[in-house]
Design a protein around this ligand. Structure first.
Ligand code: PGA
Length: 252
C-alpha cells in the first residue's frame, strides 16, 4: 500500500554543472523503475537546472532544508515558496542540521508546519546518537523528536508526511543498522507514536524510510522489512552504479 520511496540526499556536493551531468547519466538508469518513487535532493543552487532536466520524467526533486518564514529580512535563508518553485519535497531536521547548525525540535516543528502550508512533503529526519543508542535511549529520543517535531499538526493534512529514521551513528560511517534493528524501531516506537498522536490511518499510511550508510549491497536487507518503505541515501546517492542499484532493490 505504501509506495517505496528512495530519496538521495546529495548534501553539500556538486556544482550545478556537475549536478546536470550526473542526472543526465542517472535518468536512463533510474526512470524505468516506475513502482518506486525517486526524489533527488541536490544543493539549492542546482534545483533550477535539475528541474528542467527532470521535467516530464517521474523523478522528483527535494530541498535539503528551508526556513519557515515566507519572506523577509533573513539573510542567507531560503523560503518555502522558493523551494516550491522547483520541488515537491523538503528534508527537515537532518542530524547534520541538528548537530552543526543547532536545529532543535522546536525549529523542526516550525519548518514542518510551513512545509505543509506550502504543500511540500516534508521528509522529517529523526534518530538517536551513538551515546543515546548505547545508553538504551533510542525509544525515548525518537518518540520525543516525533512528538515535538510534529506538534500541533492536523492529522487530516498528513498524507504526504514522510519520516526518515536515521540513527546518527550510522550516517556516513559505513556502519549501517541491521534491517531487523531498524524495523524494530519503526514498528515498536515510530508507528505507535504516530498512532498515539494522529490515529491509525496516519500511522499506517506514513512512509518511514531508513537512512544511514545505505549501499547497493545492504539496501535489500532494509527494503524486505515490513515497516520500512525505502531509504534516505547520502553518500551512495551521488555514485554510479550504486544509486540505480539501490533503486532497483526497492522494487517489490
Ligand atoms: P549516508 O547519509 O547514506 O552517507 O550515511 C545518509 C543521510 O545523511 O541522509
Amino acid at each position: 500500500m505504501r509506495k517505496p520511496l528512495i530519496a538521495g540526499n546529495w548534501k553539500m556536493n556538486k556544482t550545478s554543472e556537475q549536478a546536470r551531468s550526473l542526472v543526465r547519466e542517472l535518468l536512463p538508469l533510474i526512470s524505468p523503475y516506475k513502482s518506486v518513487e525517486i526524489v533527488l535532493c541536490p544543493p539549492f543552487t542546482s534545483l533550477m537546472a535539475l528541474s528542467a532536466l527532470v521535467a516530464g520524467t517521474s523523478i522528483g526533486l527535494g530541498a535539503q532544508d528551508m526556513y519557515w518564514e515566507p519572506s523577509g529580512a533573513f539573510t542567507g535563508e531560503i523560503a518555502p515558496g522558493m523551494v516550491k518553485e522547483f520541488c515537491n519535497f523538503v528534508i527537515l531536521g537532518h542530524s547534520e542540521r541538528r548537530s552543526y547548525f543547532g536545529e532543535t525540535d522546536v525549529i523542526v516543528n516550525k519548518k514542518v508546519k510551513s512545509a505543509f502550508a506550502e504543500v511540500l512533503s516534508p521528509i522529517v529526519c529523526i534518530g538517536e546518537t551513538l551515546a543515546e543508542y548505547e545508553s538504551g535511549k533510542t525509544a525515548e529520543v525518537v518518540t520525543r523528536q516525533i512528538r515535538e517535531g510534529l506538534k500541533e499538526l492536523d492529522p487530516a493534512k498528513l498524507q504526504t508526511l514522510i519520516i526518515a529514521y536515521e540513527p546518527v551513528w550510522a550516517i556516513g560511517t559505513g556502519k549501517a543498522s541491521s534491517g531487523e534493528g531498524a524495523n524494530k524501531v519503526v514498528k515498536d516506537y515510530i508507528r505507535p507514536t504516530l498512532k498515539a498522536l494522529f490515529g491509525d490511518s496516519v500511522a499506517e499510511s506514513t512512509r518511514v524510510l531508513y537512512g544511514g550508510s545505505v549501499s547497493a549491497s545492504n539496501a535489500a536487507e532494509f527494503f524486505t522489512q515490513s515497516e520500512i518503505d525505502g531509504a534516505l541515501v547520502g553518500g551512495a546517492s551521488i555514485k554510479l552504479p550504486d544509486f540505480p542499484q539501490i533503486v532497483r532493490a526497492a522494487v517489490k
